[in-house]
Design a protein around this ligand. Sequence first.
Ligand code: SAH
Length: 244
Amino acid sequence: MQGKIILVGTGPGDKDYICPRALLALEQSDIIAGYKTYIELIKTLFPEKQFASSGMKKEVDRCVEVLELAEAGNVVSLISSGDAGIYGMAGIMLEIVAERQSEVPVDIIPGISAATSAASLLGAPLMNDFVTLSLSDLLTPWELIQKRIRAAGEGDFAVALYNPRSKTRIKQLDTAVDILLQYQKPETPVGIVKQAMREGQQVVLTTLGELKNADVDMLTTVIIGNSQTQVINGKMVTIRGYRL
Ligand code: SAH
């Protein structure tokens, strides 16, 4: 029996937002591995499965374990929330497979990322060019993140902010707002989506000028409009210019 690794994006939370191909992969897996919070979300769907869950900041150990299980002949799904290739587990898994010169095949199944699930709840804020920025400086130096925020402002991109604020990382969001205010008006629409497609979902519209005071945490995605973003009938819409 040849084993296999499947990197599965499980979307924002609710099972209706997991694509059928991903559900099939999970169903056909011998073992499902991932960060424990995401495993909890999936567990109820597959009560018969074997699970391998681990804590946060254990990403490398998790990948090594997955590889070893696959090399022993198991089909192992490694899950990420949203899309596995967007701030998820796909990159590090591929690195470790290569590093160990393993012949185990790796499949990658895409998922609905937080930017698009949040955008759909807000309206259509990502209609034109946009960027995603993670404000987590755990793996990326804060200097580089600030440079990218400036570039996003200069390019008049709409911005989807992942990992916007944690209990210990509070100031980054405020600095990001100060940088973007050098390029965009304080009235620029901002959408705040907490727990998209999960229990406790919250959707709030505010402005760039007010964003610092908003309730934002690690379960939140913040979408900041560009110069063409408006609020139309309560929906955040980035005008693309069809009617020019
Ligand atoms: N791979 C994931 C992102 C992981 S980074 C994806 O593609 O969506 C973790 C960050 O994603 C969180 O800090 C938050 O900003 C965002 N996020 C993930 N799921 C979310 C959800 N259901 N609602 C709002 N934001 C979410």
